[in-house]
Design a protein around this ligand. Structure first.
Ligand SMILES: [Fe+2]
Ligand SMILES: [Fe+2]
Length: 131
């Protein structure tokens, strides 16, 4: 689902940005590694990693609010899959608090926030693009 949305984003983006290959796959990979290291709940962390920037991918709201809009979108998406409510809340926390590890309230949220930062080191070419 996220891959598909990323392909749609690239097709419609003037800069043809590949959100999956340029960012999300690195966040997913780093978050998975951190979750294993810290003994965090792998599924919560992986869902949080996949969905943390969903509001950017869906172009909902502004970049400044993408963590809050992402939380709303993630809730809608996971409810469609009948994802259990208690676990859904934990994924929402990962999305809402992904922008700074200082905001993280538990180990799963920390994994996603740190992975979001580490992902930029996994993708050095995009730093040159940005510069
Ligand atoms: Fe983000
Ligand atoms: Fe991100």
């Amino acid at each position: 689902m996220v891959r598909q949305k990323s392909d749609e984003y690239r097709t419609n983006d003037p800069g043809q940005y590949d959100f999956w290959s340029g960012h999300l796959k690195y966040v997913y990979h780093e978050a998975t590694e951190l979750a294993k290291q810290y003994g965090a709940d792998l599924e919560i962390v992986q869902l949080g990693a996949l969905l943390h920037d969903i509001a950017l991918l869906e172009k909902v709201g502004s970049k400044a609010d993408h963590h809050e809009n992402g939380k709303k979108l993630t809730e809608q998406i996971l409810q469609e899959y009948n994802y259990p409510e208690d676990r859904l809340r934990r994924v929402l926390g990962c999305v809402l608090h992904h922008r700074s590890s200082k905001d993280a309230e538990n180990i799963e949220e920390l994994c996603v926030a740190d992975a979001d930062i580490l992902a930029h080191f996994g993708n050095i070419p995009i730093l040159f693009d940005a510069a």
